[in-house]
Design a binder for this molecule. Structure first.
Ligand SMILES: [Zn+2]
Length: 251
């Protein structure tokens, strides 16, 4: 049964029990990491996933709290003798900077590096990210500080749809991305530029008529304030779940 495991649920400032927001989509054939932060090898191990089984990485945008773990992950895969290819997907803006970042580490000089495919996604709505036996994943640009994508993940067996807003202010693109989805994972970073409050996440969930709302990318630890599920409940009457690190969502 395909599933999503939440690897982190915090906004840009993590705390003891909340790593920066990232997650992994786990199927039989494909294991797809969505964003890569902190210490990915340890994080995946804690989630029961061998980091060498990763087949794909989707990078939503080039902010440190979403991409900073990439050099370490790639280096660790190489050190452990990985030979199988890895696919990385993101917007041009993201991928250009990711290649520059690896360039700063001089990775071209690391001998026998495994094949890494950089796939640049068009900045259009419902761009096909990947379409394999188990999953069909589309991306749409959302409203953040820099070019950023949200995702629509469809499992083919059983057919189920999960949408992920990524970092964004409330926007029509997220509503269309999440249209009729069983699950919407929406950020609740707060009503500041390029982000959404929990109540705004609830409004999006209502407009998209989703079955269930997970709140993510919220202030944690000493910065937590109020009950975000109650806030979201003012605008959405379906089930609301506050995403926590290592929570599993069955698809
Ligand atoms: Zn961001």
């Amino acid at each position: 049964m395909p599933k999503v495991i939440i690897l982190g649920s915090s906004n840009a400032v993590p705390s003891i029990n909340h790593e920066n927001t990232h997650l992994v989509i786990v199927g039989e054939e494909r294991t797809i990491l969505v964003d890569c932060v902190s210490n990915p090898v340890v994080r995946l191990e804690q989630a029961g996933i061998d980091f060498n089984n990763l087949t794909d990485i989707i990078v939503t945008h080039f902010h440190p709290d979403h991409v900073s773990g990439m050099p370490l992950l790639l280096m660790d895969m190489w050190l452990m003798g990985r030979t199988k290819p890895l696919n990385i997907y993101g917007l041009h803006y993201t991928m250009d900077r990711l290649e520059d970042l690896m360039g700063f580490y001089g990775w071209a000089e690391w001998p026998n590096f495994f094949p890494v495919g950089f796939y640049r996604l068009p900045e259009v709505e419902m761009a096909c990210v990947l379409d394999c036996e188990e999953f069909r994943i589309h991306s749409s640009p959302v409203h953040h500080m820099i070019p950023t994508i949200g995702l629509r993940v469809e499992t083919k067996n059983p057919g189920k749809i999960l949408a992920y807003s990524c970092d964004t202010a409330p926007c029509e693109q997220t509503i269309r991305l999440a249209d009729g989805a069983a699950i919407l994972i929406h950020e609740a970073g707060g009503a500041v530029f390029g982000h959404s409050s929990a109540e705004q996440a609830g409004e999006i969930a209502t407009k998209a008529e989703v079955g269930k709302l997970y709140l993510i990318h919220y202030p944690t630890g000493p910065f937590a304030n109020g009950n975000i599920a109650v806030e979201a409940g003012k605008a959405y009457k379906g089930e609301i779940i506050i995403a926590k690190d290592f929570m599993t969502i069955e698809l």
